[in-house]
Design a binder for this molecule. Structure first.
Ligand SMILES: Nc1ncnc2c1ncn2[C@@H]1O[C@H](COP(=O)(O)OP(=O)(O)OP(=O)(O)O)[C@@H](O)[C@H]1O
Ligand SMILES: [Mg+2]
Length: 235
């Protein structure tokens, strides 16, 4: 479904990503691991159309989407949850969810039924549907941004560091939800520094180091490879 070939990203003179190639098949969950600054978020933003590739190609179901804009990518079924976890703080949980479907301009009943599904998937959000999003805990905000991304009914979900700054018990809840989404058939690209957690839900993993893919393989193999620990833990 997703095929990234020889991707490059530059910020002016800085080359942040070099020759990155990766694939995700339909229903697959791939993890991109790596230390701070390895180029994980740059790669993900590029796939989402939020950042221009300086080299390489991105294909979605065979279609070249290398130069597609973020709105086009959403229309094509790609949703991203950035690491910034930005909710609209003064709007309610329910209103935040509604905004997640605005690009599709679907009818009201359709938006409501999708929102209902999201509140079913995230009971914590249902209890807080009328609460201002800015007053949610960090973990609840993370659930909200994931649910908001899902409002566009994507076929490919890009998640950037969903565990960042959350307590271990909350991280467990978030990862149970990610596993649940995978079981529902969604294709997921998960960027994480929490390698152990990511590898517990991923089918395959790519380890990035200094903007390049340093290792790749089935999640179980990457998890068993102790030499890689130094790579993705930043050593
Ligand atoms: N807007 C920008 N302008 C200039 N350099 C940038 C910009 N964004 C990222 N970089 C640089 O590109 C490199 C890769 O950054 P990126 O955010 O992709 O890494 P990352 O793997 O997501 O790291 P982290 O785990 O800290 O989120 C870093 O060296 C970073 O300083
Ligand atoms: Mg990042």
């Amino acid at each position: 479904m997703l095929e990234v070939s020889d991707l490059g990203v530059r910020y002016g003179a800085i080359r942040a990503v070099h020759d990155v190639s990766l694939q995700a098949g339909k229903g697959e969950l791939i993890a991109i691991l790596g230390a701070n600054g390895a180029g994980k978020s740059s790669t993900l933003k590029c796939i989402a159309g939020a950042l221009k590739a300086s080299a390489g190609t991105i294909r979605l179901d065979g279609q070249d989407v290398t130069s597609a804009k973020p709105e086009q990518m959403v229309r094509l079924g790609v949703a991203m949850v950035p690491e910034t976890r930005d909710v609209f703080p003064d709007l309610t949980v329910s209103e935040n969810l509604t905004l997640g479907s605005y690009i599709h301009r679907r009818n009201r009943a359709d938006v409501e039924s999708t929102r209902e599904r999201m509140l079913g998937l995230f009971p914590r959000l249902r209890e807080r549907a009328r609460q201002a999003a800015g007053t949610l805990s960090g973990g609840e905000q993370q659930m909200l941004v994931i649910a908001r991304a899902l409002m566009s009914r994507p076929k490919l979900l890009l998640l950037d560091e969903p565990s960042l700054g959350l307590a271990p018990v909350v991280v467990d809840t978030i990862f149970e939800m990610i596993a649940e989404l995978k079981r529902s058939g969604l294709t997921i690209v998960l960027v994480e520094q929490n390698a152990a957690k990511a590898l517990s839900v991923a089918d395959r993993a790519y380890v990035m180091r200094l903007g390049r893919i340093a290792a790749k393989g089935p999640a179980a193999e990457i998890a068993a490879n102790t030499d890689l620990g130094a790579l993705y833990l930043g050593g």
